[in-house]
Design a protein around this ligand. Structure first.
Ligand SMILES: Cc1cc2nc3c(=O)[nH]c(=O)nc-3n(C[C@H](O)[C@H](O)[C@H](O)COP(=O)(O)O)c2cc1C
Length: 215
């Protein structure tokens, strides 16, 4: 079986990324870009991002998670700490996050260090979730092999009874990660494959160095 995809060809012409028009701070630029993606209404889940980790088996693995907050400190997502990614991060906190916003012909790639979010912050976010999502976090031993879907459905029914009139509190194994960026690379598609790539790297833990990379 084969399919030739060489005919897919697109010229990127929507925008430009020029040093004298952008902030010295990559979080500022991220904020601008994120705002523009939201305003464009052209992406269903603009906060969907790919998080890559180096697994215990030595392979990198990427999966999509939802960005739930960004601050001057970094990027926050929530997951199961015992999942494959949780175990990977425990062993090696260096991760890569990437966003692709095709309607604006933009990509952002962030390398950084992931650490567990303070418990009270994870509690706060857990509290804000609907009950169904809270129970989902309790039901699922994320990334474990299970015998069937029925296993999940049964456990959910049991927990629904158990928590019918009880408050559902955050299980210890579920919470947020804050990824503090060490470098952030912004890619803007341009005509003739001469795309703009600007990389910011943290030099001494505080200052950002901006460099243009060849496309
Ligand atoms: C659009 C989308 C959003 C997702 N959001 C999350 C999320 O916020 N947290 C999470 O743990 N998994 C999320 N997932 C599921 C993950 O991609 C992945 O299947 C899960 O986290 C288990 O990954 P792991 O076994 O590599 O740890 C999402 C998947 C998709 C497609």
């Amino acid at each position: 079986m084969q399919k030739d995809l060489s005919g897919y060809r697109k010229s990127y012409e929507k925008s430009a990324l020029l040093e004298d028009r952008i902030s010295n701070n990559p979080m500022q630029l991220f904020q601008t870009w994120f705002y523009e993606v939201e305003e464009s209404n052209g992406i269903d889940e603009p906060n969907a991002m790919t998080v890559s980790t180096i697994g215990l088996d030595g392979f990198p693995k990427s999966r999509v998670v939802l960005l739930k907050k960004y601050t001057h400190e970094g990027f926050i997502f929530y997951t199961n700490y015992n999942s494959e990614k949780g175990k990977a991060i425990e062993e090696n906190p260096k991760v890569c996050i990437s966003f692709f916003w095709p309607n604006l012909e933009r990509q952002v790639i962030i390398k950084g260090n992931a650490g567990k979010l303070a418990k009270n912050l994870s509690d706060g976010y857990f509290e804000s979730r609907p009950d169904g999502s809270k129970l989902g976090a309790l039901v699922s031993d994320q990334s474990k092999v299970i015998a069937s879907r029925e296993v999940l459905e049964r456990k959910l029914r049991e927990l629904e009874k158990e928590y019918a009139d009880k408050e559902i509190s955050r299980p210890e194994h579920w919470g947020g990660y804050l990824v503090k960026p060490a470098s952030m690379e912004f890619w803007q598609g341009r005509p003739n494959r001469l795309h703009d790539r600007i990389r910011y790297s943290l030099t001494n833990g505080v200052d950002w160095k901006m460099e243009r990379l060849a496309p």
